[in-house]
Design a protein around this ligand. Structure first.
Ligand SMILES: [Ca+2]
Ligand SMILES: [Ca+2]
Length: 120
């Protein structure tokens, strides 16, 4: 497994900065399009083996980068996002969860714990 480099850090940072503007512009269709583009970039950063899906270990690395080591939290989030339960996250599943995470006002939503500390 490759160690986390500067590229990975900037991927997480991008999502963090982006989160604030998403909350302000989430009803703008053009903004949603821009969001999906950013989600795609973030996805590619995490997809270290380049197969077009996020495996559990690739997804777990995004948690490690924000300091979450609790594997039960990671597993729960992964299973929630993996809506077709094939054991990997597609771009569609990832984008939908990221959108929910960034726009949800509900702290009890399962998506709110996707990367909890990121936007607190
Ligand atoms: Ca992958
Ligand atoms: Ca899946």
């Amino acid at each position: 497994m490759k160690s986390a480099g500067p590229t990975d850090d900037s991927g997480v940072l991008t999502a963090s900065i982006f989160a604030e503007s998403v909350k302000q512009q989430k009803n703008d269709p053009e903004f949603k399009e821009a969001f999906l583009e950013t989600a795609h970039q973030f996805f590619r950063v995490l997809d270290t083996n380049g197969d077009g899906f996020l495996q559990a270990d690739e997804y777990a690395r995004s948690f490690a980068q924000v300091g979450i080591q609790d594997t039960s939290v990671i597993q729960r989030a992964f299973q929630f996002i993996d809506t077709n339960q094939d054991g990997k996250l597609s771009l569609e599943e990832f984008s939908a969860a990221l959108w929910e995470y960034m726009t949800s006002e509900d702290e009890n939503s399962p998506c709110a714990s996707m990367w909890g500390p990121l936007v607190n």
